[in-house]
Design a protein around this ligand. Structure first.
Ligand code: NAD
Length: 319
């Protein structure tokens, strides 16, 4: 199979590319604009693999997407603007890339007769939930510009299924963590700050809850959904590891050998969602469950940042 992977030089996309190249005979065409979040170093070590093709391009560029996708059997669409804080100060690029880019990717896949499209989305499209968990039957109720743009992308993708019969599936995962995550995101930000002896900024009262899923577990689920998911369906993916941000910070303090004086409470994020939680029964029905244990995986992640300063130091030095 020849896979067209948008955003394959980003955090999750690059893990997915590694997984496919290591575990199948598939060829992968990575299509990525290399924004501040994209990084060829995320694919380091794979340069010599003849089954990996890298094309720099924007998902909003119809001609570029059409040329690069031609001959591909399936699409896994990761490319997005992905940081909530950035969406609050500068939402335009989120709507352009996340909604506009998804439209171009789906329309091109339709025109070329691609046999499967996976649109990678987020649990944040459901909005906040105080108790219980969202199922795929719950409608979107996004509350940030980021999650609104991802909900728009999901609706666009699913409309291609209804209107044109495009065999599209949507995955909605909880927060991911692991190596190669941009140090603007909370786990690498806190970890790298603590390794450098700097304080970590904790939003509000620190009691917001996120469910943490190791990136390799998410990639396994995405790959399963690509190969076995039902067209037109949504699949929630979650690690089953709910933590308050304060709990998370405390675990990272211990792993980095720092004490609570390194926590600095800062003004809350605007419109900060209190809790995300998704029910993953449906993807479990395909045979998926997360295999990474939180404690061990978090320790391994901190170790990776400890030993790979070459990767994150230049990113932290760039505003
Ligand atoms: P990321 O920011 O690390 O990577 C995004 C990639 O997309 C980068 O390589 C970037 O260069 C590329 N890109 C951005 N705009 C582009 C454009 N216009 N054209 C082509 N390429 C472009 O993001 P990530 O954390 O790897 O997330 C991947 C996907 O998973 C996103 O769709 C995101 O919404 C979703 N998601 C992420 C998480 C998470 O915790 N990181 C959780 C759930 C869902």
């Amino acid at each position: 199979m020849r896979l067209f992977v948008t955003g394959g030089a980003g955090f999750i996309g690059s893990h997915y590319v590694r997984r496919v190249l290591a575990g199948s005979d598939d060829t992968v065409v990575v299509y990525d604009a290399l924004t501040y979040a994209g990084n060829r170093d995320n694919l380091r070590g794979l340069e010599g693999d003849p089954r990996l093709v890298f094309i720099r391009g924007d998902v909003c560029d119809r001609a570029g997407v059409g040329e690069a996708m031609a001959g591909c059997d399936a699409v896994v669409h990761f490319a997005a603007e992905s940081h909530v804080d950035r969406s609050i100060v500068d939402p335009d690029e989120f709507v352009r890339t996340n909604c506009g880019g998804t439209n171009v990717v789906c329309d091109t896949a339709r025109r070329l007769g691609v046999s499967r499209v996976v649109c990678v989305s987020t649990d944040e499209v459901y909005g906040s939930i105080d108790e219980g968990s969202f199922t795929e039957a719950d409608g979107p109720a996004p509350r940030s510009p980021y999650s609104a743009s991802k909900a728009g992308a999901d609706l666009i993708a699913l409309a291609y299924r209804e209107t044109h019969g495009l065999p599209v599936v949507v995955t909605r995962s909880s927060n991911n963590f692991g190596p190669y995550q941009h140090p603007e995101k909370v786990i690498p930000l806190f970890t790298t700050n603590l390794l450098d002896g700097l304080a970590v900024p904790l939003y509000g009262d620190g009691d917001n809850v996120r469910d943490w899923c190791h990136v390799e577990d998410n990639c396994a689920a995405i790959d399963l959904v690509l190969r076995q998911g039902q067209p037109g369906e949504i699949y929630n993916i979650g690690g089953g590891n709910e933590l308050t941000n304060r709990d998370l910070a405390n675990r990272l303090l211990v792993l980095c050998g720092r004490d609570e004086s390194f926590i600095r409470l800062v003004a809350d994020r605007l419109g900060h969602d209190r809790r995300y939680s998704v029910d993953t029964t449906k993807v479990a029905g395909l045979g998926w469950s997360p295999i990474r244990q939180l404690e061990e995986a978090l320790a391994a992640t901190v170790d990776w940042y400890r030993h790979n300063r070459w990767w994150w130091e230049p990113l932290k030095a760039t505003p």
